[in-house]
Write a protein that binds this ligand. Structure first.
Ligand code: TYD
Ligand code: MG
Length: 454
């Protein structure tokens, strides 16, 4: 029988049965290469010819103590991990090149080392002297972190085995290579094999590993998606280049809540933690401005207030633009359609720009109502009353659906000096001490009552 080969794309990780110049899944050119099997297994002779060992089974009621966690002392980093580092866990930290992955991990390594963990930082991208210089510039020169510049994974694993650290940071997985895999570093086969070796090593030896992964243009970890499945925790380091705010977001976590965020600010002295993100994402709001609406959101387990800004302007005939930063373009189209179909507010012939201030990315449907309010406010040139927060989900019928944790949202608003809230009628919590609530059944109510339009 002919040997069945498999080919994968280094952009999206898509698997194909034959080679081609262009990946059918993501459309990238020259990214497909043949996979080399991890190990040459014994020739299959059907089940029964080579029998495995019987594995031990246990029942769900068996008592296991929860793993002891170690706090780094960087509260925002520990928060994203779900309350500190779990021993023998494998973590992937992804992000655009230059966003600050190496910086935040060097700072985290220094914090962990200072709180007593044995940490090794392996850089495949920078020389040890470069990393050392950066550490000294960040005031971390005295932290007991062990450094190495190496890309040969076999040497790294041997060293880690001999040194037995508590935590090893591998920066980055795309630079690592195994001599048993015959393709270039950074290729799908290499990244997959290296990640597999490192994660199974972590479990076997009880060493936590943090892998750094670069992200492609379309926002995926470069190389195979499958790395995300191998690790326990996937964190994304996000932020707009022009902004100094950086957000570490847990997109997967076997040991804690996903969607938790840690907020940092990039300064000349490295990344500083931001303990009160709401204050940071709200711009100066002394005078109410048309088109600007404050959304009371929830990121992970914590409430975060942020500002939606909309601008609506006449468009050249037939060329209306919709431009979104920090929110989903499809969702914006839906809200524009609901406003037009259910409330009779057309946006045809108008350019629409929507922006979340501060470089935050919002994915909650609870932001629908804030977006609609920002669009209406911009279109009608009417500012919402000062000190108002808005939240609620919009359905296609134009009715408003209550969203979770309304009390938490309102309390955060009250803490930051907001006195008014606009929210769906059936929300669990309406007004609270110090915050007046305007509860609305549908979008038409918002259009009529608040903006006097429709
Ligand atoms: P880096 O951690 O090297 O990014 P990555 O590992 O994700 O590629 O961060 C590089 C950027 O961070 C670089 O553009 C400079 C900036 N930076 C600061 O602004 N302040 C600092 O103290 C440091 C160390 C970096
Ligand atoms: Mg780096």
């Amino acid at each position: 029988m002919a040997k069945s080969a498999s080919f994968s794309c280094s952009e999206c990780g898509g698997i194909h049965s034959k080679w081609s110049g262009r990946c059918e899944d993501c459309g990238a050119w020259n990214t497909i290469s043949e996979d080399t099997p991890l190990t040459a297994g014994p020739k299959s002779k059907g089940l029964g010819a080579t029998r495995g060992l019987k594995i031990e089974l246990s029942d769900l009621a068996s008592e296991d103590t929860p793993p002891p966690r170690t706090n780094s002392g960087m509260a925002e980093f520990d928060r994203v991990l779900g309350g500190g580092l779990v021993p023998a866990s494998a973590i992937l930290v992804g992000g655009d090149p230059g966003i600050g992955k190496s910086t935040v991990l060097l700072q985290a390594a220094a914090s962990f080392a200072r709180s007593g963990l044995k940490c090794i930082y392996v850089s495949g991208e920078e020389a040890a002297a470069q990393v050392r210089m950066r550490a000294q510039r960040l005031g971390l020169g005295d932290a007991p972190v062990q450094l190495a510049a190496e890309t040969n994974l076999r040497n790294i694993l041997t060293t880690l085995e001999a040194e037995a650290p508590d935590l090893a940071i591998i920066d980055s997985i795309q630079t690592m290579w195994l001599d048993s895999v015959q393709s270039a570093p950074g290729s799908v086969s290499q990244v997959r094999a290296a990640a597999h070796e490192l994660t199974s090593f972590a479990k076997r030896k009880g060493i936590s590993v943090i892998l750094v992964g670069h992200v492609t243009k379309d926002g995926q970890i470069a190389g195979p998606r499958v790395v995300e499945h191998m690790v326990d925790t996937v964190l994304y380091f996000e932020g707009e280049r022009g902004h100094q705010f950086r957000i570490l977001r847990a997109v997967k976590n076997r040991f804690g809540p996903a969607d938790e965020i840690g907020v940092f600010e990039m300064t000349g002295a490295g990344l500083q933690e931001v303990a009160n993100p709401s204050a940071l994402f709200l711009s100066d709001r002394d005078t109410p401005t048309a088109g600007s609406v404050v959304f009371a959101g929830i990121e992970g387990t914590r409430p975060v207030l942020c500002e939606f800004q909309a601008l609506v302007a006449p468009a050249p005939a037939g060329q209306a633009r919709r431009s979104v930063v920090g929110w989903d373009g499809g969702r914006l189209a839906m809200i524009l359609a609901v406003l037009e179909a259910r409330c009779g507010i057309p946006f045809a012939g108008l350019d629409v720009y929507l922006n979340v201030a501060g470089g935050l990315r919002i994915s909650e449907p609870a932001a629908d109502l804030a977006v609609a309010a920002a669009l209406l406010s911009a279109r009608e040139d009417v500012a919402l009353p000062a000190n108002t927060v808005v939240f609620g989900e919009i359905s296609l019928s134009g009715s408003l659906r209550p969203v979770g944790q309304s009390e938490t949202r309102l309390k955060e608003a009250q803490k930051l000096g907001f006195a008014n809230a606009i929210l769906p009628e059936r929300s669990k919590t309406g007004a609270i001490d110090g915050v007046t609530a305007r509860q609305m059944p549908d979008l038409t109510a918002l259009v009529g009552d608040v903006f006097g339009a429709g």
